[in-house]
Design a protein around this ligand. Structure first.
Ligand code: ARG
Length: 469
């Protein structure tokens, strides 16, 4: 492998290097192909750093102004996609600094990095970028929840089987099913807001690891960049990728929930169930079977949760053996972070689209209810007559067994047949064979009665209003 001598020596850090670098090593090491996404943050951080250095007496007023003007031009170049990358541009930090020197001259340009390290720079850029992205994601999650709450409030009349073990268990309102997931998402909203707080702390002014020797005012820089506070230990500031790991842990928590929601809807949209119909916009066909309409959007939501879990485990593995403080391994946190954020942001928007456009088939939902799902109602009926629940449960079980024996649905048994099982099952036991009554009886807080469901809607609305206020 022939080494390209010019590359290493011309790197910004090239002073002590004589031999060249293996060309593959150059590629292997460089992060500019993906960290160029931080160009804005890198420039904002550099200007804040230069201003603080001016205030500390390291740069003159004029030098600071030159640096600022130079970065204005570099911003324009990135915006208009005219920034020309050089082979020595290892990452976004070196690329911007190299270009600054070209524009304003090496004399002043060479002063920008006084007391600064790329170790603090990359941490600053990543935190600034991630903060903005997480705020967008918070908005997408709120949109999904709003859509969900709206449907839950509007569609309270639909009943469907509630399942445990994917077996028909008890009738519930469709709204209650929706809100079960919305409730799960509400925890994610709370968690996300916590995560953002910890992402939004400033590592700038910590140097390579030991701190800044020129009395730089870290608080001023943090304020200028919109950080909520400082990382109080310089070694931690450059070593830390917890803010990425915690974001990914959050993504896992969210996507696992989105995945379970998607799984429910995949099942409910099959011909066998037919409770919901996915809009064409979120379905695809089969290349071979003309009748097929597949729930690809939901399957991808389920599938992408696996990718997100992998990214979290991958980063935790990268971090777990690292000695303090900065090690190049940390660069491996960038690409998965970018993909993680894109995956989660897109997934939330797709989920909202699916939910906003799916149509319900109330008849199919109702037809899926089975009288046996009312067996608990018979036990509850007996409880109201003073029978201990365990005994009522047993008696109700015998009614189910009798219906099975006679090969009829439970609600087709005659009053006499039912009474034969236990004389306390009087004619009014037929009231139990009413799905709506069964649903309305579950009226305690958190239940599936109309009142209890609307109460949940109110609680969710309050949570969301709290966010926008
Ligand atoms: N591109 C590097 C990263 O993403 C920037 C920090 C480089 N620091 C260093 N000491 N080599 O981590």
């Amino acid at each position: 492998m022939s080494a390209d001598k010019s590359v290493a020596e011309n790197m910004l850090w090239g002073g002590r290097f004589k031999g060249g670098q293996d060309p593959l090593m150059v590629k292997y090491n460089e992060s500019l192909p993906y960290d160029r996404i931080f160009w804005r943050e890198d420039i904002a951080g550099s200007i804040a750093f230069a201003r603080a250095n001016k205030n500390a007496g390291i740069l003159t007023e004029q030098e600071f102004r030159d640096i600022q003007l130079g970065f204005d031009q570099i911003s324009q170049e990135w915006l208009t996609e005219t920034f020309v990358v050089k082979p020595t541009d290892e990452d976004i930090h070196t690329a911007n600094e190299r270009r600054l020197g070209e524009i304003i001259g090496k004399e002043t340009g060479g002063k920008l990095h006084t007391g600064r390290s790329r170790n603090e720079q990359v941490a600053t850029d990543m935190r600034l970028w991630l903060r903005e992205e997480l705020r967008k994601i918070e908005g997408y999650l709120v949109d999904l929840m709003k859509c969900s709450i709206m449907r839950a409030e509007r569609e309270t009349e639909y009943l469907m089987p509630g399942y445990t073990h994917l077996q028909k268990a008890q009738p519930v309102k469709w709204s209650h099913w929706i809100l079960s997931h919305t409730t799960a998402w509400s925890y994610e909203l709370e968690r996300l807001r916590e995560v953002i707080k910890r992402v939004n702390r400033s590592p700038l002014g910590c140097g390579a690891l030991a701190g800044n020797p020129f009395g730089i005012n870290r608080n001023d820089m943090a304020k200028e960049l919109g950080f909520d506070g400082l990382i109080m230990n310089s070694m931690n500031a450059v070593a830390d990728r917890d803010f990425v790991l915690e974001t990914m842990q959050w993504s896992v928590s969210l996507m696992v929930k989105i995945s379970r929601w998607a799984e429910d809807l995949i099942v409910y949209s099959t011909l066998e169930y037919g409770f919901v119909n996915l809009a064409d916009a979120y379905s695809t066909g089969s290349s071979l079977m003309p009748q097929k309409k597949n729930a690809d959007s939901l399957e991808l939501l389920r599938g992408k949760s696996g990718r997100v879990i992998g990214q979290m485990v991958g980063l935790a593995t990268t971090l777990k053996g690292l000695p303090t403080t900065y090690n190049k391994d940390l660069q491996e946190s960038v690409e998965p972070m970018l993909d993680n954020i894109k995956t989660v942001g897109d997934s939330l928007q797709i989920a909202t689209g699916v939910l906003a456009t799916l149509t319900l088939n109330g008849e199919k939902m109702h037809a899926a209810l089975a009288p046996e799902m009312l067996a608990t109602e018979i036990a509850d009926y007996l409880v109201r007559k003073g029978v201990p629940f365990r005994e009522g449960h047993h008696i109700s079980g015998r009614v189910v067994a009798l219906a099975e024996e006679l090969g009829v649905p439970m609600d087709q048994l005659t009053n006499e047949q039912i009474k034969q099982v236990d004389s306390r099952l009087e004619d009014d036991v037929r009231r139990c064979f009413d799905y709506h009554r069964a649903v309305e009886l579950k009226d305690a807080v958190g239940g599936t009665s109309k009142r209890a469901v609307l109460e949940q809607v109110r609680a969710m609305k309050e949570l969301l209003l709290g966010i926008t206020a």
